[in-house]
Design a protein around this ligand. Structure first.
Ligand SMILES: CC(C)[C@H](C(=O)O)[C@@H](O)C(=O)O
Ligand code: SF4
Length: 480
């Protein structure tokens, strides 16, 4: 007999949550089973030490996958260049994985790359799964219809030991991107517009499900960009329902089932999307047809404006707290309130990070850079998200386009997104960056960051100032 819960219309979040709950009590966090635990060098050493101290083993090494990304060097051929703290973390990860029989995509090996790039690329990320990682941008994996949470180091230890996570049930919220995106408006612009609208805590306690025509139109890579930044609006996770775009992306990837296994998986995945009539806690609506390319001017990702808009004035802020935040951000970024950001001179362009370092991101940047030159005095870095992305980009000749334009073509890693290796701005420098965080000092002490899409970033690299990518005459797409 069907239970009452199975009868009522459910959101995709409800379905994934309910099929993974091991124990639930109204007054306590639920115990949730974890299908895949991703691990990187920064948040895992302490967790493995905890296990060692308590004489515990990793419960499911086969459901655990590790990579090195944050502190790895990206200098071409410069695999030995890491600082001592970084080197220690990398060595510890190597030892911890060897001792516990955990698969590791080690520095310089063919599968290495940013954790949120390699999981999907290998087909380890699949619809309907619960996925965790000691990293806030784990939300990226929600693009596949997987419930993916970023967790803290003590939770990493807990998951290593038990393959379960203690978690309060979040509320499913619908984020409806209606209409079609105008030319020059990409997934990055959609998510920056959302965060600007609802603020950095607009998603607290929520799991977003991104819906609407504009989301359906996005490639898997665009959906990953979208889900990646859910956390920047404070959401616990972001989700996109799987569809043919998802299945096409997954089919044939190394960890994805084949033959009859594929058919069975497909049948399961097709039952995941939110049922008609299912209730969300609320709906946030964004009319995509009215959006422009977005860029941030301040020191959090919600401080974002349409690229041709003026830098907001503190005195126009809706409340005192926002006024103070704007004031402080303006002091840090050294911009003039009320004046356009367009035309602002920049020093560095960074194209990379788990938000925008996949093949289609690099194609977008290459389409702008092809046959053009990076402005003299500007440093442009292109850092692929993984070795696979690098290989695929090189097979298409994208690296030649970047190099001919005067941009650096680097080895994969987090790089200047977080400046945990040698890739950083010098104090006071301005960067247009395709990453997801523009906090004070994020790209090195005193660094000042304007977040934007790969297309906008590449256009700015050519101009040497902040420009509207719609104003640049585009050459035809580099590849289909
Ligand atoms: C280092 C890591 C814990 C951190 C995160 O949690 O996201 C980093 O990836 C980031 O983007 O700030
Ligand atoms: S690329 Fe940036 S945001 Fe992504 S995991 Fe690395 S440091 Fe974090």
């Amino acid at each position: 007999m069907m239970s009452a819960t199975a009868d009522r219309p459910r959101t995709m979040f409800d379905k994934i949550w309910e099929s993974h709950v091991v124990a639930e009590h109204p007054k306590r966090p639920a115990v949730l089973y974890v299908d895949l635990h991703l691990v990187h060098e920064v948040t895992s050493p302490q967790a493995f030490s905890t296990l060692r101290e308590r004489n515990m083993k990793v419960r499911r090494p086969d459901r655990t996958l590790a990579t090195m990304d944050h502190s790895t060097p990206t200098r071409p051929g410069g695999l030995a260049v890491v600082d001592s703290e970084g080197r220690r973390q990398l060595e510890q990860l190597m030892r911890n994985c060897a001792e516990n029989n955990i698969e590791l995509y080690s520095l310089g090996t063919p599968r290495n790359g940013i954790v949120h790039v390699v999981g999907p690329e290998m087909g380890r990320t699949q619809p309907g799964m619960t996925i965790v990682c000691g990293d806030s941008h784990t939300s990226t994996h929600g693009a596949f219809g997987a419930l993916a949470f970023g967790i803290g180091t003590s939770e990493v230890a807990h998951v290593l030991a038990t393959q379960c996570l203690l978690q309060r049930r979040p509320e499913p919220v619908e984020v409806l991107f209606g209409g079609r995106a105008p030319e020059g408006v990409t997934a990055k612009d959609l998510v920056l517009a959302l965060i600007a609208q609802i603020g950095v805590d607009g998603g607290t306690g929520c799991v977003f499900e991104y819906r609407g025509e504009a989301v359906r139109q996005l490639s898997m890579e665009g959906r990953m960009t979208l889900c990646n930044m859910s956390i920047e609006a404070g959401a616990r996770a972001g989700l996109v329902a799987p569809d043919d775009t998802t299945y096409q992306y997954l089919h044939g990837r190394p960890a994805v089932p084949k033959g009859e296994g594929w058919d069975r998986a497909l049948a399961r995945w097709r039952a995941l999307p939110t049922d008609e009539g299912a209730r969300f806690a609320k709906t946030i609506t964004i009319d995509v047809s009215r959006l422009a390319p977005m860029i941030t001017w301040g020191t959090n990702p919600a401080m974002a404006i349409p690229i041709d808009a003026p830098v907001p004035r503190p005195e126009d802020a809706p409340d005192g707290a926002e006024r103070a935040a704007r004031q402080r951000a303006i002091e840090y970024t050294g911009l003039e309130p009320g004046k356009p950001l367009l035309g602002k001179k920049i020093d560095v362009v960074f194209i990379g990070s788990c938000t925008n370092s996949r093949l289609s991101d690099l194609r977008e940047a290459a389409a702008v850079l092809a046959g053009r030159k990076v402005k003299e005095g500007v440093r442009a870095m292109v850092v692929p998200g993984s070795h696979d992305v690098k290989k695929a980009a090189e097979a298409e000749g994208l690296h030649e386009i970047f190099k001919a334009a005067g941009a650096e073509w680097r080895e994969p890693g987090c790089s200047m997104c977080i400046a945990m290796n040698e890739d950083r701005l010098t104090p006071g420098q301005y960067a247009v960056s395709t990453s997801n965080r523009n906090f004070e000092g994020r790209q090195g002490p005193g660094s000042r960051t304007f977040l934007a899409s790969p297309r906008t970033a590449a256009a700015c690299a050519i101009a040497g100032v902040v420009v509207d990518p719609r104003k640049l005459p585009f050459v035809p797409e580099v590849a289909a």
